[in-house]
Design a protein around this ligand. Structure first.
Ligand code: FAD
Length: 576
């Protein structure tokens, strides 16, 4: 049942209340209702974003900041980015950010998850322990053009019977052969047959959360909520915001936080419900720490400053936020087949849409790239003389990513009116900088202050500089001769000063906030390794905020994976 008025659930009883219908929340709600447990999911946002939400190529049109399906956040000025600030979209609809993201699907790497297990001292978070959950989450489907994909992925490391439809690119671009040729023409860019195998290093074909006869976005709503929607024991309440969780008594010596307060708006009635078993926070890396702090769970002195009474003093709540900085590097190319062609020709755009609608083929079947690469900065690089390697030398753990796009990508730059482009995006995927989510006031209706602290630590800037140089080096291979015309704007930077200015003035974000309410190691953090909030009972976190360090990956798949394990942890703890 889907409800839009909180009154409709006011007199019901539930075993579990799940807060947020994004990636983490959808997985848990689905898996818990495989049992006889009664589950209420409360989602602040709307049912769906609109008719184009599911057409893969149009995904990037949904964010940032164009509709009621977005929380419309803005980050605080970024000191290391010339004090710039910019929009910070988060999904506010069924499926959460998976319903408006760019659909790239990566499982991160063996060394990353082994480090998570090491930090949390919990073997259950190692790569090997999580492989069954990776398989459980994904259902591989053939690409739209049904081309021969042997050598483009490894079936033995891929899930074929899970929930999220994943596929490989289904529309060839002029970049594809050139990217692949470069892997054999230049040192340092090996071909990787399957970057979701545990060893992510190298350049390869991108997996995305897209599938179906007419290829569509596969979100956590379509993959986990819709299939569970006819279960008698799942209720979903939308357009209703959780304003806090509250103490309902004691479990032994610990405060029991199984109460949930919610409302449809600032001028609307406020409702309270108590879960008979647990409350699961799945409100994402901004929403989860915000709800905790509104409930008095956080740094007591910070809370006092905004007039929130402290209930449990956990100083790290919100303070361990990480994100991936993104630097787009555009180049003029000699082509009539880049994205710019359809952008400037309405008839061509209509033809592409008609082709997609009638046959499920053509340029609209894919997201923003056909190839990506995950790369390491060499162990003997002089940058490691200034700070330790955040990946601890893990050979499968990338420092940065390159993304190859068949057009102009520039989150803070308008596409030029003339010229055809390709973009090689440099993403820093193992940053050490940590920022914060803090309350701006005691009102749940005020956006929190968000500081992802992009490139705040010098080592992050140095790693990004290497990632920029690597992107520029990539297109010096013979494969790009006669195709690449030259760099656009400040991508022509060569001196350290010019490169620094390019990075500080253009870098934005991959919109991957993570780790803001993290499992720690006992001396820091917000949650235990079984995801319960420290110092209280009845409250667990299942979303991207709980990972102790940001994954070197586009972040949806890691959240699907940890949420699948979380569901088993919860079931086991209640004997379900
Ligand atoms: C523009 C954009 C592009 C992206 N591109 C990619 C990509 O290509 N590949 C990839 O892997 N990842 C991508 N991501 C990131 C990915 O979508 C997220 O990492 C993932 O969705 C995080 O899952 P989550 O469960 O932590 O949070 P979310 O999926 O964000 O879900 C949180 C949910 O909680 C709800 N909520 C929050 N507060 C409250 C409250 N107080 N009361 C009730 N409900 C609440 C929200 O409305 C939302 O539905 C992108 C993200 C964005 C914004």
């Amino acid at each position: 049942r889907v409800f839009t008025d909180p009154q409709q659930v006011a007199n019901e009883t539930y075993d579990f209340i799940v807060i947020g219908a994004g990636v983490g929340g959808s997985v848990v709600a689905n898996r818990l209702t495989e049992t006889s447990a009664r589950v209420l999911m409360i989602e602040a946002g709307v049912f769906q974003a609109g008719i184009n939400e599911d057409i893969p190529f149009f995904g990037p049109l949904l964010a940032p900041n164009v509709g009621p399906w977005d929380w419309n956040y803005t980050i605080v000025p970024q000191v290391a980015l010339n004090n710039r600030t910019f929009p910070y979209p988060r999904g506010r609809l069924l499926g959460g950010s998976s319903s408006l993201n760019y659909m790239v699907y990566n499982t991160a790497s063996r060394d990353y998850f082994d480090l998570v297990a090491n930090i949390t001292n919990d073997e259950g978070w190692t790569w090997d322990s999580l492989v069954p959950y990776m398989m459980k989450a994904q259902r591989f489907t053939p690409p739209a053009d049904r081309h021969n994909i042997s050598g483009e992925f490894i079936p033995a490391v891929t899930g074929f019977s899970g929930n999220v439809l994943v596929s490989l690119p289904g529309y060839a671009t002029e970049l594809d052969p050139r990217v692949l040729e470069t892997t054999s023409q230049l040192e340092g860019y090996p071909y990787n047959e399957d970057m979701n195998s545990g060893d992510q290093i190298g350049i390869g074909w991108v997996y995305s959360s897209i599938g179906g006869t007419i290829p569509k976005r596969s979100s956590s709503a379509s993959a986990y909520l819709i299939p569970a929607s006819d279960r008698y024991n799942l209720d979903v309440l939308i357009q209703t915001q959780v304003t806090k969780v509250f103490n309902t008594g004691l479990n032994g010596s610990q405060a029991l936080f199984t109460g949930v307060q919610f409302s449809a708006g600032p001028d609307q009635p406020v409702y309270n419900l108590t879960a008979s078993k647990e409350v699961i926070l799945s409100a994402g890396s901004i929403g989860t720490p915000q709800i905790l702090m509104l409930s008095g769970i956080g740094d007591a002195s910070d809370l006092a400053q905004v007039g929130v009474e402290s209930t449990v003093n956990i100083p790290d709540v919100g303070k361990t936020l990480q994100d991936h900085p993104l630097l787009p590097n555009q180049f003029f190319v000699n082509s009539n087949n880049t994205w710019e062609a359809a952008k400037r020709n309405a008839t061509l755009a209509e033809e592409q849409l008609a082709l997609y609608n009638s046959t499920g083929t053509g340029p609209l079947v894919d997201t923003v790239c056909n190839h990506i690469g995950w790369l390491r900065i060499p162990d003997n690089s002089s940058i490691w003389e200034t700070a330790p390697d955040p990946t601890f030398g893990g050979p499968t753990y990338a420092h940065y990513e390159l993304v190859f796009s068949n057009g102009f990508v520039g989150p803070i730059q308008a596409t030029p009116d003339e010229g055809a482009f390709m973009t090689v995006i440099s993403n820093l995927v193992s940053p050490v900088s940590r920022g914060f989510v803090k309350l701006n006031s005691s009102s749940p209706w005020d956006s929190p202050l968000i500081d992802p602290a992009f490139l705040k630590e010098d080592i992050d800037f140095l790693m990004m500089r290497e990632a920029f140089k690597s992107a520029v080096n990539f297109v010096t291979a013979p494969a790009w001769k006669d195709y690449l015309i030259g760099p656009f704007g400040t991508v022509n930077a060569t001196t350290d000063e010019e490169i620094e200015e390019h990075i500080r003035s253009i870098t934005t974000t991959v919109w991957h906030p993570m780790s803001s309410a993290a499992m720690g190691n006992g001396t820091w953090g917000t949650a235990s390794s079984n995801l319960t909030v420290l110092g209280v009972s009845g409250l667990r976190i299942v979303d991207g905020s709980v990972l102790p360090i940001i994954p070197p990956a586009h972040t949806e798949a890691p959240v699907y994976i940890i949420a699948e394990r979380a569901a088993d942890i919860i079931k086991a703890s209640w004997g379900l």
